[in-house]
Structures are given as structure tokens and as C-alpha cells.
Design a protein around this ligand. Structure first.
Ligand code: HEC
Ligand SMILES: [Cu+2]
Length: 383
């Protein structure tokens, strides 16, 4: 059978490749600014800048090599294509000079590339001086942060602050993270501030980053970058950068518990007894204060849910999936599993508390009005 002429075939392949390339470009152009808080190509702070700097530097030789190899493939394919009457081209099998060449040259290139790469890895692996230390717990599917050395010269401030999903850091000071998990593997990733690092059960991984003074008042998105189950895609986080003074203010406020009056209202709304919120959530003033360091030394947390004492200060909830509004929060308290799927261990029966996330209170008899009242109470700026 006579196939299409070579030229026609080539034109067709070329047209398809062009179409594919153009659609890829179109998709890239469709990206909007809304993801700018999460862009590794716009690094913030020293750690991310050095990492991306190395990547960009090696992109140049990598591009040269890629263009060279691909052009050679195309040229050779065209030049030595099968044509009627042309005999086999000269065979180069067993040509020692060529084989040594294409073994040694790439090995040399790799060896050269390794020098600054390994140096940077070692450099960033060392614990920076005067770092603020935060233990990060990857949960299913949210993040818990335990500040372990606030180092604030104020006896009124306990050295521990515990919060969830939204991380607050001072500018100009390295923040050194110890990553823990008591469940599956996660990966802690704030693309603007540093590369990702796995959060592995039974192993304390470390990572650090630093934000510049210029970043004060800004915030950056992060997210879990290792598939960790049903709501993995909803396991996001935000990093807020403060001036050192504002950071101290933030920490001081996080340390305050609820007033006696507020605790009484929480009891009245059923938060502490009827609905048992405080059995899963730390609520400053309603639980034992010793419980504030929610995480114990082993990495297992005493309470399965986030600390809600200062929920009203946050801008998002549920692994930063939702913006924190009274309506959304009421919906969440009413029937959370409909807003964020959570696996239940079927072998343990239907009990809601066996599920990984927040229980469905609609099923236990809560009304939407009650959920709304609780939501409004939790959002009040507390004294
Ligand atoms: C069986 C344990 C359990 C009980 C009881 C419980 N929660 Fe939760 N709650 C969780 C877990 C786990 C999460 C984390 C879910 C997630 O983000 O995926 C959560 C998340 C939340 C959040 C979002 C917090 C954040 O920072 O993202 C709020 C608000 C909340 N719960 C309120 C309540 C209220 C109010 C009650 C009582 C009516 C309650 N919870 C009872 C386990 C519980
Ligand atoms: Cu995860």
C-alpha cells in the first residue's frame, strides 16, 4: 500500500504539534492573579529565593542541552530517513571515542551541577540561629501549629501557643519547623517561602524559612503536597507575616483564655456540655489549661480538633478551605461532613466520633438556629 508522501505526513505532524503548543500557551495565559500568593516563581524571603535562584541558574544549561539534543534528533531523523534507493548510513556501533564521549560529558555536567546544589541543601539543612520554633502537625485534613519557644520577654506569656491552619510569623526571623504526623504522610508546602518537605509519621522532619520586612502585612497560601486521603485537596494553610511587634501582640492575644462570662455563655449554648465541642476542641477557659499544649511529646494530640479559642481572629477555617463568615461557619457547625468529606471507619460502626473530621450535628438533633448562634458566638471578638 502506498502511504502518504513523506512531506504530507511531516506537515500533518507539524500542524498537530503547533496546535498542541498553542493550546498549552493558551492555558498558561488563562492563569490569573488569584494564585499569586502561591507562586514558587515569585519567591519571598531568603530560603525560597536561593532555591529558585539555583533552579533558574540550571535552567539555562538544561535548555541549551535540551535544544541541542532535540534538534539533533530531528535533523538525524530527516537526514537519514528511509528513501527508495538509499543504502544504510554508516554504522557507528562500537565507536569507542563516541561512547566514551557521551558517557563522560554528561557525568561531568552532573558532577558540576552537584556542587552548588549539594552545598545549598547542606546549608539550608542547618538550623538557623535565633529561630522561632514551631512544631507542625499534619492532621487529616488540617494543620496544627505549636509554637514552642516564643522567647518573648513577658512573664504573662506562656511559651506555648497552639493554633490551626493559619500560621503567623514575624518578618526577619527564621522560623524553624519540626514536622510531625500521627496519621498518614503529608507534605508541608508554602510555595512562596520554601520548597516542600514531607511530614512522615514516626520521623521528625525539619524545614525552615524566613520572610522579609517587605512582606509584612502580606499572607501566602500553602497546601499539603502529599496525597493523604479523602480531603487532601482541602488541606490548605495560610502564612501571615507580621512586624516583630505585631507578632508579639498576636502571640499575647493567643495566650488569653475566655472570660468567666464568656465561658458561662459557652455552657449556655451547649458548647461545653450538650454538644461536647470541648471534648474535641481546646477552648481557653473551659478546658484544663495544662491542655493548652495540645500536643504531647510523642506527637499524638490530646484533642482531635483545632483550638477554637481565638477562631474569630482567623480569616478561614477547615484547612483554609472556606472563608470565615458567619453563614459558612453556621453551615459547618450544622453539618460539617457535607462541606468537607471525612472518612469514617466503617468497621467501628456508625458512631460519628469515629469519623476523622468534625461530626454531623444535624444528625444529633441540632437545629440550624442553634448552629447559627454558636457560630456567631465563636466569631465575636472575645475578651
Ligand atoms: C468528635 C470530635 C469533634 C467534636 C465533638 C466537634 N468537633 Fe469541631 N472539629 C473536629 C475536627 C477533627 C475538626 C477539623 C476538621 C477539618 O478541618 O477538616 C473540627 C473543626 C472545627 C472547626 C473549624 C476550625 C478550624 O480552625 O478550621 C470549627 C469552627 C469547629 N470544629 C466547631 C465545633 C463546634 C462548635 C462543635 C460543637 C458544636 C464541634 N466543633 C464539635 C472535631 C470535632
Ligand atoms: Cu495532607
Amino acid at each position: 500500500m502506498k502511504t502518504l508522501k513523506w512531506r504530507q505526513r511531516a506537515t500533518r505532524v507539524f500542524a498537530r504539534a503547533t496546535l498542541l503548543g498553542a493550546s498549552a500557551l493558551l492555558l498558561v495565559a488563562c492563569g490569573d492573579d488569584s494564585t499569586k500568593e502561591q507562586n514558587p516563581l515569585e519567591p519571598k524571603g531568603d530560603v525560597a529565593s536561593r532555591q529558585i535562584g539555583l533552579l533558574k541558574f540550571w535552567m539555562i544549561p538544561a535548555a541549551v542541552i535540551a535544544v541541542g539534543v532535540l534538534s539533533a534528533v530531528v535533523i538525524i531523523a530527516i537526514k537519514y530517513r528511509e528513501r527508495p534507493g538509499n543504502e544504510n548510513p554508516k554504522q557507528i556501533h562500537g565507536n569507542s571515542a563516541l561512547e566514551l564521549g557521551w558517557t563522560i560529558v554528561p557525568a561531568l555536567i552532573m558532577a558540576i551541577m552537584a556542587v552548588p546544589t549539594v552545598a545549598l541543601i547542606w546549608d539550608l539543612d542547618a538550623k538557623p540561629k535565633d529561630a522561632l520554633e514551631v512544631t507542625v502537625y499534619g492532621k487529616q485534613w488540617w494543620w496544627e501549629y505549636q509554637y514552642t519557644n516564643l522567647d518573648i520577654a513577658d512573664p504573662a506569656i506562656d511559651f506555648q501557643v497552639n493554633t490551626a491552619n493559619e500560621l503567623h510569623i514575624p518578618s526577619g526571623r527564621p522560623v524553624y519547623f519540626t514536622l510531625k504526623s500521627d496519621n498518614v504522610m503529608h507534605s508541608f508546602w508554602v510555595p512562596s517561602l520554601a520548597g516542600k518537605k514531607d511530614v512522615v509519621p514516626g520521623r521528625d522532619n525539619k524545614v525552615w524559612f524566613i520572610a522579609d520586612k517587605d512582606d509584612e502585612g502580606k499572607w501566602f497560601y500553602g497546601q499539603c503536597a502529599e496525597y493523604c486521603g479523602l480531603s487532601h485537596a482541602d488541606m490548605r494553610l495560610k502564612v501571615y507575616v507580621h512586624s516583630p511587634e505585631d507578632f508579639v501582640e498576636w502571640a499575647r492575644h493567643q495566650n488569653e483564655g475566655w472570660s468567666a462570662e464568656r465561658v458561662a455563655r459557652a455552657a449556655y449554648l451547649g458548647i461545653t456540655d450538650k454538644w461536647g465541642c470541648s471534648s474535641c476542641h481546646f477552648l481557653g477557659g473551659t478546658n484544663e489549661d495544662a491542655d493548652k499544649g495540645i500536643a504531647d511529646g510523642s506527637g499524638a494530640n490530646a484533642r482531635p480538633g483545632p483550638n477554637l479559642t481565638h477562631l474569630g481572629d482567623r480569616t478561614s477555617f477547615a484547612g483554609a478551605k472556606y472563608d470565615l463568615t458567619a453563614e459558612k461557619l453556621a453551615e459547618w457547625i450544622f453539618h460539617a461532613p457535607e462541606l468537607k468529606p471525612a472518612q469514617c471507619d466503617k468497621t467501628l460502626g456508625e458512631s460519628a466520633t469515629r469519623c476523622k473530621g468534625m461530626p454531623n450535628f444535624e444528625k444529633t438533633g441540632m437545629t440550624k438556629a442553634q448552629a447559627t448562634e454558636i457560630a456567631e458566638f465563636l466569631l465575636e471578638s472575645e475578651q
